[in-house]
Design a protein around this ligand. Structure first.
Ligand code: ZN
Ligand code: MN
Length: 168
């Protein structure tokens, strides 16, 4: 499912287009989420906005993000149980979670190019690609995006080495 480019729209226009009344709190939540790439939790956004919006409650942030997700404005990301995060990037992309620092990184791929076997006859309602491992910073080699190519097996080797290093 491809969405139209929305870069030229203001946050208020984005909300109105989805039939959402652009209240101040909703605008701030949307702006904050779109300004960051760290896939924040409700708590993260609440802590960021609370000093500027004293009347803000955590429930409002949660309800606002749920509404946005239901309207397709943002994506909910349940990378691990009990850890619901939000993503303003709604195009298909995968996520890599660093097991050492907990950071979550985007990577590109296309579902069309994936060769999937064994799901003939199944109706797929949700597609996600999630890798776990160790990020370049935590591996002690800040080589940037190229490291994102690293596969799960290699990432786990990296973790095993780290644990060995911790013990030794
Ligand atoms: Zn890391
Ligand atoms: Mn993402």
């Amino acid at each position: 499912m491809k969405t139209q480019p929305i870069k030229s729209q203001t946050p208020a226009e984005m909300l109105l287009r989805k039939g959402i009344q652009p209240t101040l709190q909703r605008l701030r939540v949307l702006e904050d989420l779109r300004a960051r790439r760290d896939h924040p939790t409700v708590e993260d956004i609440y802590r960021e906005l609370k000093p500027r919006i004293p009347t803000l409650s955590k429930a409002t942030v949660y309800n606002t993000l749920s509404l946005f997700a239901a309207k397709g404005l943002v994506r909910e990301l349940s990378i691990e149980d009990r850890e619901l995060r939000y993503d303003s990037v709604t195009e298909d992309h995968g996520h890599f979670k660093c097991m050492a620092c907990g950071s979550i990184h985007d990577f590109g791929f296309s579902f069309e190019s994936l060769e999937i076997r064994g799901l003939e006859g199944f109706a797929v309602v949700d597609e996600r690609l999630f890798f776990k491992g160790i990020c370049p910073v935590c591996r002690g080699q800040e080589t940037g995006g190229a490291e994102m190519e690293l596969g799960l097996a290699e990432a786990e080797t990296g973790l095993a080495e780290m644990k060995k290093a911790d013990r030794g």
